[in-house]
Design a protein around this ligand. Structure first.
Ligand code: GAP
Length: 514
C-alpha cells in the first residue's frame, strides 16, 4: 500500500469510527473545516490534558489562562498581523487554481530530495554489501548535480522570502519549471500577498461598528494579559503562561485533511525570560518539547527539527518539530524566540508600561519571550497516522487496530458479557459502575466476541473485559490486551489497579526525558 492510499484509508477510518466528520456535511461540507465526533472529542481532550498538565502541573513556574477569541483590533496592528500576516499566492491562468508560491517551491525541493533518495536506493541494490552511502552521496555526479541545483534555488528562495521579493519568487517557480498539477502548464500570474485573518463587525453599523478579527494565534491573548498574570500571580522571571484555544486563518491552500484548517486549536506557552538568556531557554524548550513528543513511543526516527530559513517578523530564532506523516516530514509544533517584540509593541500601541522589575539586576525591562506553539489538530493527526495499523493475523483474518498510547485512548475498557442472559449483563454493569468514575468505559453485548474485539481495536480501546459463566463461579474475568491480543484471567477486584497502571497519565509523564 502506498503512503497516499494509507492516508486515504485513515481519513475514511476517522469518519467511519466517529473521530472526524466534515463540517456541516449534510450541506456538502465547508472547505478545511471539520467536526470531531464521539471518539474524536475524547482523544482530543486527552491530547489537551497531556499538554496542559505537562506545562501547568509539572512546572511550578507556568500558569494557565483562557483569553477571549475577540480582542481589541489594535492588538493585531501592534502584533504586526494586519500588516504582515500574509501568504504569497500565485494563480495558474489555465486551471484558474490558486497556490501558495512558497509551498510550490518547497514541494519542488521535497521532490529533489526524493530523487536523491531514489538514486541512493538504486546504487544500494547495485553495489549490495559494498555500498557506502556517505561516499556515494559525496561523489555521485548525478546526486551532486541535483544537490547543487537545489542549493542554488534554496539560497535564492530564502533571499526572496526575507526581502519579500515577489517577482523573484515567481521567477524561481518558472526557473524550476514547476507546473500546475491540474492543467500541467506553466502559465502563472504574478505573485500577490494575501492577508490570512478573518474579520467581522462588532456592534451595529448605525452605532459605528468596529472591525474585529478572529484571532489567528492564541499567543496575543497571553501577551495582553502579561501584566495581569505577573502582578496577580506575583510571578518572578523566568515564568510561563499557557493557553489552549481556537485560532482562525483563511488558508488558501487548505489540504491534507486536518493538517491545514481554517478553524483549528492551538496549545501555546509563552515563557518570559531575562533579555540575553533567550537562546539558552530556546534550546532548553526544544529539548523538553521533543522529549514530550517522543514519550508517546512512535519512534524517535519519526521526529526531526527543521530550523527556519525565513524568520517571522517577531523572531530571532525559530525551529519546527516535524513528524513523519504519511505525506512526509511536516511541522507539528513551532518553538520560537520572539524577543521583546510583542510586549514592546503592545507597550507602544497601548501607551501602558509593560515591564518587569528585576530585583537581581536592580532594573526594569521588557522581558524576552520563548514560545512553544503546537496545533491540537496536527497532534491529533500525528497520533492517528502513527497509530493506524492493518495487521494480518495467524488465523488468516485481518484487523485494523489503532495503537493509540493507552493514556490518550478515547475509551479505556470495553466490558462485554459473553451472552445476554444468565446474569452476565448484570455483572458487566457492576464492573462498569466500579470503573466509570475514573475512566471512559464502553458496554458491548452485540455480535460475537471476535467482532466486538475488532470494533474496539478500530477505536484503540486498550482492554476488553469479558464476563462469562466462570465469572459467576470464581469472580474472575478475561482481559484481552489490544496490542498483543493476549488474554489473561484476573480477579474483578484486581481490574482497577491493572487498568490504572497502564492508562495513567502518571506513567506517560514519567517517560518524558529531556
Ligand atoms: N504563535 C505562533 C504561531 O501561531 P505557527 O507556526 O503559525 O505559530 C503554530 O503555528 C502551530 O499551530 C503549528 O505548528 C501548527 O501545529 C498549528 N497550525 C498553524 N496553522 C494551522 C492550520 N491552518 N491548521 C491546523 N493547525 C495549524
Amino acid at each position: 500500500m502506498t503512503q497516499e492510499e494509507l492516508f486515504k484509508k485513515l481519513i475514511a477510518h476517522c469518519k467511519e469510527y466517529g473521530f472526524i466528520f466534515p463540517s456541516s456535511e449534510i450541506y456538502d461540507g465547508l472547505g478545511a473545516v471539520y467536526d470531531y465526533g464521539q471518539n474524536g472529542v475524547e482523544l482530543k481532550n486527552n491530547i489537551k490534558r497531556y499538554w496542559w498538565d505537562s506545562m501547568v502541573k509539572l512546572n511550578d513556574n507556568i500558569v494557565g489562562i483562557d483569553a477571549a477569541i475577540f480582542m481589541h483590533p489594535k492588538t493585531w496592528e501592534a502584533s504586526g498581523h494586519v500588516g504582515a500576516f500574509n501568504d504569497p499566492l500565485i494563480d495558474n491562468k489555465d486551471s484558474k487554481k490558486r497556490y501558495r508560491a512558497d509551498v510550490l517551491v518547497e514541494d519542488w525541493m521535497a521532490k529533489q530530495e526524493e530523487k536523491i533518495a531514489k538514486e541512493v536506493e538504486k546504487a544500494r541494490k547495485r553495489f549490495k554489501e559494498n555500498f557506502n552511502e556517505e561516499q556515494y552521496l559525496a561523489t555521485s555526479p548525478r546526486v551532486l548535480e541535483i544537490k547543487s541545483k537545489m542549493d542554488a534555488i534554496h539560497t535564492r528562495f530564502t533571499e526572496a522570502l526575507n526581502s519579500n521579493d515577489l517577482a523573484e519568487l515567481r521567477q524561481i517557480i518558472l526557473d524550476c519549471e514547476i507546473v500546475c498539477p491540474i492543467s500541467g502548464t506553466r502559465n502563472w500570474t504574478d505573485v500577490r500577498q494575501f492577508n490570512l485573518m478573518f474579520s467581522t463587525q462588532m456592534g451595529s453599523t448605525a452605532d459605528g461598528a468596529n472591525t474585529v478579527y478572529l484571532r489567528p494565534e492564541t499567543a496575543q491573548g497571553i501577551f495582553v494579559n502579561y501584566l495581569n498574570v505577573q502582578k496577580t500571580g506575583r510571578m518572578k522571571l523566568p515564568f510561563g503562561i499557557a493557553q489552549i484555544g481556537k485560532a482562525f486563518r483563511n488558508e488558501i491552500v487548505a489540504r491534507q485533511f486536518i493538517f491545514r484548517m481554517r478553524e483549528f486549536e492551538q496549545m501555546e506557552m509563552q515563557f518570559f525570560v531575562q533579555p540575553g538568556t533567550e537562546m539558552e531557554w530556546w534550546s532548553k524548550w526544544k529539548d523538553t518539547r521533543m522529549a514530550w513528543h517522543r514519550a508517546l513511543g512512535f519512534g524517535d526516527e519519526n521526529y526531526r527539527f527543521h530550523d527556519h530559513d525565513k524568520l517571522a517578523h517577531y523572531a530571532n530564532a525559530a525551529t519546527d518539530v516535524e513528524f513523519n506523516f504519511p505525506f512526509g516530514f511536516k511541522e507539528v509544533e513551532g518553538i520560537h524566540s520572539r524577543t521583546d517584540f510583542d510586549l514592546g509593541r503592545h507597550q507602544e500601541y497601548s501607551g501602558k508600561k509593560i515591564q518587569y522589575f528585576d530585583p537581581e539586576r536592580g532594573e526594569s525591562y521588557v522581558p524576552y519571550v520563548v514560545e512553544t506553539s503546537i496545533g491540537v489538530d496536527r497532534m491529533f493527526l500525528q497520533i492517528m497516522s502513527a497509530a493506524y495499523t492493518e495487521e494480518k493475523l495467524d488465523n488468516g483474518e485481518e484487523r485494523v487496530v489503532l495503537r493509540i498510547p493507552a493514556a490518550l485512548a478515547p475509551t479505556k475498557v470495553a466490558v462485554m458479557p459473553l451472552v445476554k442472559k444468565d446474569g452476565l449483563p448484570e455483572v458487566a454493569r457492576q464492573i462498569i459502575d466500579e470503573l466509570k468514575y475514573d475512566y471512559n468505559i464502553a458496554y458491548d453485548e452485540k455480535d460475537s466476541i471476535g467482532k466486538r474485539y475488532r470494533r474496539q481495536d478500530a477505536i484503540g480501546t486498550p482492554f476488553c473485559v469479558t464476563v462469562d459463566h466462570q465469572t459467576l463461579e470464581d469472580g474472575t474475568v478475561t482481559v484481552r490486551h489490544r496490542d498483543t491480543m493476549l488474554q489473561e484471567r484476573i480477579k474483578i477486584e484486581a481490574l482497577r489497579a491493572m487498568v490504572d497502571n497502564e492508562v495513567s497519565f502518571r506513567e506517560l509523564f514519567k517517560k518524558i526525558k529531556a
